[in-house]
Design a protein around this ligand. Structure first.
Ligand code: ZN
Length: 256
């Protein structure tokens, strides 16, 4: 249950914009700023005043709209301390493992290096909602651009340890490509097969596949299933550690 209204929409080609607003206090946050014009249109349509802008990482398709939105709304911009030189207009920098308050709700900032070294995600602890940026996707995980596979594995483990009924919003709509990869390594898995069909239908109808839940991901996302004997067997890594299985899955997806 949440007192917040969450409004999600596609920006650029496959980025997600997401606005979280509280009608009682009039506070509204945007998670990342992929496209100022699109975000502004949605704010105007919903008659919302942007008060907070939370940035997960420094990539251009997540920060492009900061300048415009800061100038227009004078919102507070929060983002990772270690990427502050690459992210404009940061008012508050975050290192992970701290809490920020949004409209009376505690948000846990979790450090998830791997995709970039400074990447952070935002977990609304009371509402059990995670904004995962480019760390976790529906049936997938972010590419490891800056960190090591081990760092990404530790980051993914932190997400896997969240409450099972956590609702997860992600930075991109990559569901169909991720589902194709998942079915290629799990051709006989009924949960994955059903989900693949569901995603194909949603995409053909131009519907968003997100948000997802941790419970669903635990059953269908190979990057969270590193301790599954079926996956270990399929990858020829029956005696390998969870990290080695995760790493092999990431490498195979990179080359898929
Ligand atoms: Zn990114």
């Amino acid at each position: 249950m949440t007192k917040f209204e969450i409004h999600q929409f596609i920006c650029r080609t496959d980025n997600y914009g997401v606005l979280v607003s509280d009608a009682d206090t009039g506070l509204t946050m945007s998670v990342d700023a992929p496209d100022a014009k699109r975000i502004d249109e949605e704010l105007e349509k919903k008659k919302l005043n942007l008060t907070h802008l939370l940035i997960t990482h420094k990539h251009q398709d997540h920060i492009d709209g900061i300048e415009y939105l800061k100038n227009k709304y004078n919102c507070i911009v929060l983002g990772p301390e270690s990427e502050k030189d690459q992210i404009p207009h940061l008012d508050i920098t975050l290192i992970g493992d701290e809490y920020i308050d949004f409209s009376g709700s505690p948000i846990r900032v979790i450090e998830t290096p791997g995709h970039t070294l400074g990447h952070i995600v935002f977990f609304f602890e009371r509402e059990k909602i995670l904004f995962a940026g480019d760390t976790l996707f529906l049936m997938g995980c972010g590419r490891v651009f800056e960190g090591t596979h081990e760092q990404m594995f530790e980051s993914i483990k932190k997400i896997r340890d969240l409450p099972i009924d956590t609702v997860i919003y992600c930075g991109h709509e990559y569901s169909l490509a991720n589902a194709k990869f998942a079915i290629s390594i799990y051709p006989d898995n009924e949960n994955i097969g059903n989900r693949y069909e569901h995603i194909q239908k949603a995409v053909s109808e131009k519907k968003c596949c997100l948000p997802t839940t941790l419970e669903r991901e635990l059953r269908t996302n190979p990057f969270l299933m590193y301790d599954d004997p079926v996956l270990k067997n399929k990858l020829g890594k029956i005696k390998s550690t969870d990290l080695e299985v995760f790493s092999e899955t990431r490498t195979q997806k990179d080359n898929f």
